[in-house]
Write a protein that binds this ligand. Sequence first.
Ligand code: HEC
Length: 157
Amino acid sequence: MSQDSSDAAPQVQPDDPNIAVAYEEGGRYWTADDVPTFNVAADGTVDWLTFSGYRRYNSECIVCHGPDGEGSTYAPAIKNSAVQMGYYDFVGVVVNGRKNGNSVMPQFGDNLNVMCYLDDIYVYLKARGVDAIPRGRPGSKEAKSDMIQEEENVCMG
Ligand code: HEC
């Protein structure tokens, strides 16, 4: 982990295949590689997951990583990590944690309040990382779909 990896905004083109929406299913948006991504309408309305991710980030991650993924003295900025690390490495770090001397990212693999919303947090940070959404609480959002609600119920048990 180096601060440098998170400082500069990544150069992302809107049609970047790692960002661009290839298809939508039940209110979830996906890239061509079947990786979750965000959707922001022209009027700024965000998809449900991005909004939900903002809320989950603020309850589980903000204490160390600071508001809006901008980092704190304790933990690095992670608003660019979702884009730079990619989905699978991002998930791996959150599930398993990571230790670098005194710098410790806890593991969240047993925490349903994180695990059931991992895609939400990921797409929220992805949107932040490419400045698709500004800092702060997203103003308007898509409705939560029945499919997302059902998956949440199953996941939370
Ligand atoms: C107790 C403090 C703490 C909490 C809470 C925390 N983190 Fe971390 N996180 C860290 C630290 C410290 C590091 C840097 C670890 C290192 O140096 O390897 C880190 C690193 C990371 C990284 C790797 C960043 C990169 O670019 O390499 C990701 C991704 C991450 N955290 C995501 C999250 C998410 C998502 C949450 C909320 C679910 C979260 N963290 C909650 C302290 C925390």
